[in-house]
Design a protein around this ligand. Sequence first.
Ligand SMILES: [Zn+2]
Length: 174
Amino acid sequence: MSNQCRQGDLRPETPEFHRSLCALKEIDFELAYLAMLTREGLKPLSRWEKDLAEGDLKLFQRTGLITKQVRRIVKTGREIVETIFSRTPAYIELYEHAFSNTPIDKSAGTQQFEGFLFGYPPCCVNQYIRKPYAPNNLTQQQQKILFHWACRDCKITASLLPAYKRIYDSLDRC
Ligand SMILES: [Zn+2]
């Protein structure tokens, strides 16, 4: 069964991994997709802003990811909990150190640091800060599988796209 889950040069999967990934996909396709992108190392760290149960966090751990829940404060003063996950403890620590118990902010500096943590090309982040959603040359389908808005004629995004697509398509196997 595990052989069926293999595709291209993605890391080998055990049946337990596959079950956990499929369970994440049942919660939300995007959650499983983010987990895979992070597990494959295309994203150093990812963040989930919707609620997750304790048991859901175990699913990440079974896919080889470290998780942490971080408290943030929204404009109204209300507290929210973000879930972050990564293969690397250092990235979890960087995020916690910068953002734990802090208000959500969209400053240029924050967007640049988040872009670094989330594996976004710096050119795209800087373009987005200057002018969000500026026209690029991607098809709707290409832009849809990304988590950053690509800058026009982006060389880095062009290299990332096939890798993202392979992971996106691999989720059909659940
Ligand atoms: Zn770019």
